[in-house]
Design a protein around this ligand. Structure first.
Ligand code: UD1
Ligand code: MG
Length: 452
């Protein structure tokens, strides 16, 4: 497979059945748009060039394409005249390219690089065009792969144009096609629109290639892999399939999932070996978990780095910028945002730790709040190594607590605390010996007088 590869991704569909203001291909699976998934696939499959075909006014789709693949060229298909017309929209990229040409649909996000590799291998074996097919449970509106007695691909018939006999065929077109032609545009330009839909069908390329003496090959994959997303229900199905695969990959990589079906991973979640994940844990984008860490039940993590051996949860929330060192403990109902916690630091219960840093081995007591926001600006709280913050402390940022310092419980700390000092901010305790006994006796007498 030494020939360069140009991949054309069709993303012009508005997806009216999604009932959404957002273009269909920007809907997300595991935190990444469908277009993002397909662009990543094209990259993994070794594309040397990338062209994305979008509809008019789809600036968001263009932006997403260029963010995910800065080297891609975006083409605008003015009117949706069919899949062949869509591919022809990328004419300039196709004309400038020598090598294989592949067409992917941006609404078909679950195809694997291994399958694309099989399609290209079919080109290596001499096919001029290779089609990715699947045995459909319900062939419905899919194009049917018409084969001859030897099993060679003869044509693709769109359902609306198919004879009753052809409609019986269960081997269907996924839409993915790869070409190995000297002049792909010569084939694409011969495709007309004399069919039931009046559209320019890319699928007509099969008969044109064969008429020119080329061979058409088929590679078959599982139906799950070529699920097309047209409605929210299919989006959820695609998500489920993606999650199943990702959990499998995580476990193969040494992660223990007690109840895999309850753990939601993101497209970029990185989990080390011997990580233990309890039930009902959600990973948003950009989370890395080091070897041997434990994420306990019902925790929510996004944009966070969890160090090796750390313990998070149950019921913990790590937000972007939470960076937990080795053996850090973050316990129940603790929220950490934009705070680096040094090795061995602990915040075991009921705290909001936002914007700042916590030194190694510091202990943050239950109910500690970093008061980071004054209604206009965010400020930092810096806690030194080995400091001890007593329960129910409010730290009004900006504020620094030196290494080894103690903060008495219930304090509202508004000024910096020196290293190894004790800071106490609460009134002196007043104690009256015997008071309660006298009080009860007096009240009992009063009550007796009233009821007499
Ligand atoms: C297409 C295939 C069909 C296959 C099915 C698999 C053709 C003619 N038919 O049918 O054999 O079984 O996909 O799902 O190719 N698009 C554009 N511009 C257009 C038309 C389509 O960008 O003018 C894009 C769509 O956004 C979509 C993809 O191409 O991502 C497929 O188009 P769609 O209209 O869904 O084709 P199907 O009728 O489903
Ligand atoms: Mg379709």
């Amino acid at each position: 497979m030494s020939r360069p590869l140009l991949t054309v991704i069709l993303a012009a569909g508005k997806g009216t059945r999604m009932r959404s203001a957002r273009p269909k291909v920007l809907h997300r699976i595991a935190g990444r748009s469908m277009l993002g998934h397909v662009l990543a696939l094209a990259g993994e499959a070794g594309s040397d060039g990338l062209a994305v075909v979008v509809g008019p006014g789809m600036d968001g789709v263009r932006e997403e394409a260029l963010t995910a693949a800065p080297g891609a060229t975006v083409f605008v298909q003015e009117a949706q005249l069919g899949t062949a017309d869509a591919v022809r929209t990328a004419r300039a990229a196709i004309a400038a390219h020598t090598g294989d040409l592949m067409v992917l649909f941006a609404d078909t996000p679950l195809i694997t690089a291994a399958t694309i590799g099989k399609l290209r291998a079919e080109l290596d074996r001499g096919a001029a065009v290779a089609v990715l097919g699947f045995e459909a449970r319900e062939p419905g509106s899919y194009g049917r792969l018409v084969t001859d007695a030897d099993g060679a691909l003869v044509a693709i018939r769109e359902a609306k144009d198919a004879s009753p006999a052809e409609l019986q065929i269960r081997l269907c077109n996924s839409g993915v096609m790869a070409f190995r032609l000297d002049q792909p545009l010569a084939v694409l330009d011969r495709i007309g629109n004399a069919n039931a839909k009046g559209e320019f069908y890319l699928t007509d390329a099969i008969e044109i290639v064969r008429a020119g003496g080329g061979r058409a090959g088929v590679v078959v994959c599982e139906e799950d892999e070529v699920l097309g997303v047209n409605a929210k229900g299919e989006l959820a199905e695609a998500e489920a399939t993606w999650q199943r695969r990702a959990r499998g990959r995580a476990m193969a990589g040494g992660v223990t999932l007690i109840a895999p079906e309850t753990v939601w991973l993101s497209f970029d979640t990185v989990l080390g070996e011997d990580v233990l994940i309890e039930p009902n844990v959600f990973f948003g984008p950009r989370v890395t978990v080091g070897d041997g860490a434990e994420i306990k039940a019902n925790s929510y993590l996004e944009g966070a780095r969890v160090g090796p051996g750390a313990r998070v949860g149950p019921f913990a929330r790590l937000r972007p910028g939470a960076v937990l060192g080795r053996d850090v403990h973050v316990g129940n109902f603790v929220e950490v945002k934009n705070v680096a916690m040094g090795d061995g630091a602990k915040a075991n219960h009921l705290s909001y730790l936002g914007d700042g840093s916590i030194g190694a081995k510091a202990n943050i007591g239950a109910g500690t709040i970093f008061c980071n926001y004054d209604g206009f600006f965010k400020h930092k709280t810096e806690i030194g190594e080995g400091a001890f913050v007593g329960s129910n402390t409010a730290l009004v940022a900006p504020v620094k607590v030196g290494a080894g310092a103690y903060i008495g419980s219930g304090s509202v700390i508004t000024r910096d605390v020196a290293a190894d000092a004790l800071a106490l901010e609460r009134s002196v305790q007043d104690e009256r010996l015997g008071w309660a006994q006298k009080f009860r006796a007096a009240m009992a007498r009063r009550k007796a007088a009233r009821t007499a």
